[in-house]
Design a protein around this ligand. Structure first.
Ligand SMILES: [Zn+2]
Length: 188
């Protein structure tokens, strides 16, 4: 898996079947538990085969779940997610999950009196902030330039198609949330 990551230069990752690939070390104990074997008593072949089976079950559950629909739109494929060496910080995490400093989300937890964005056009959701909020037009412009005006608004998965797209989205996440916090502080 690590070699696969190093080999890719231009793209963040391509969807591929991971049959024959070992699980990351952090999943070893889980694979052994599913196989009913103690660590060290499982063959490499069985480890690989059990891991592939686990990924199939995981994918089925992810496909049929009604949770995390926003994240699903970005990362529908479990194998691909595991293959992506994403650097997830405090800001980009909020954009990948849709859970964060967004008024509509805060309102759903009774932490904000209204879900309306400060631009007063619609609720402040992650997709409003990412695609439409006019108060962030300048910050969004580099992302649109990179992805291409003709392709905008792009499907969400495009943000993870290439390293440059991902980095641009990560930069946008940081400035968007900082701008929100500073306007909240000023009571705007
Ligand atoms: Zn707005």
């Amino acid at each position: 898996m690590i070699k696969g990551i190093v080999r890719r230069v231009g793209r963040v990752g391509r969807v591929r079947r991971v049959g024959g690939l070992e699980p990351p070390k952090s999943y070893y104990s889980h694979v052994c538990s599913v196989a009913g074997k103690k660590a060290g008593l499982i063959s490499e072949e069985e480890m690989t085969s059990q891991w592939d089976r686990i990924l199939d079950v995981w994918q089925d559950r992810w496909d049929s779940s009604d949770k995390g629909q926003w994240t699903y739109s970005l990362l529908p494929d479990i194998r691909r997610r595991l293959d992506l060496p994403l650097e997830v910080d405090h800001y980009v995490c909020q954009f990948l999950t849709g859970h964060g400093d967004f008024n509509a989300k805060l309102e759903s937890f009774a932490l904000r009196g209204t879900g309306m964005c400060r631009c007063e056009t619609e609720d402040e959701t992650v997709d409003h902030v990412l695609y439409r909020c006019r108060l962030l037009s300048a910050e969004r412009a580099p992302v649109i330039r990179l992805i291409g005006e003709d392709a905008w608004p792009c499907p969400t998965k495009v943000f993870l198609d290439t390293w440059s797209n991902y980095r641009a989205q990560r930069r946008f996440a940081r400035v968007a949330i900082k701008a929100k916090r500073s306007s909240d502080r000023l009571g705007l």
